[in-house]
Design a protein. Structure first.
Length: 162
């Protein structure tokens, strides 16, 4: 999906949720937090210089969020990872019946490799969206998908609900 399409989708979603009283910020200066940035370009500048780091805050992977934000290549990578995870497990089980039960030791390997590919595609999608637009960053920060870590003061900033 292009950046403008992602921005439009997120803006529609945020406006709909805000009409329900969620209070999702659309700009950084609206974040009611101790995040030490009021301007998105300052945050991006610190990311680029290494004075701040964008981290994944949530271990959960939201498939609807991924489908809204993912590029075609990230979707393909995610599907490949899922295929390796589950298709690989099935292939190993079938091969273990045909050849040797020792092949069952490859089941965790197939799952770990496939899961790693899927997780990397998801993280790449989240990071690209957060770096691309202010509204995407604010939305991802609000739903606790990302956090900001500042090494100089050794502090991690994440959305804290009231």
């Amino acid at each position: 999906m292009t950046t403008t399409n992602v921005d439009t989708e997120i803006r529609k979603l945020v406006e709909a949720l805000n009409q329900q009283g969620k209070g999702i910020p659309m700009t950084i200066h609206e974040i009611n937090d101790d995040l030490p940035y009021a301007i998105f370009s300052d945050l991006l500048r610190d990311f680029k210089s290494g004075n701040a780091q964008l981290l994944r805050f949530s271990y959960a992977m939201d498939s609807s969020l991924f489908s809204m934000l993912a590029s075609t290549s990230d979707s393909i990578k995610s599907n490949l990872g899922l295929f390796i995870s589950y298709g690989g497990i099935l292939a190993v089980i079938i091969a273990s019946f045909i050849y040797s039960w020792w092949l069952l030791f490859a089941v965790p390997v197939a799952f770990v490799v496939g899961s790693s590919i899927t997780k990397n595609a998801y993280n790449n999608t989240i990071f690209n969206a957060a770096f691309t637009s202010e509204i995407a960053f604010c939305f991802l920060y609000f739903i606790r998908q990302v956090s900001v870590y500042i090494p100089k003061i050794n502090k991690q900033f994440y959305y804290q609900s009231e």
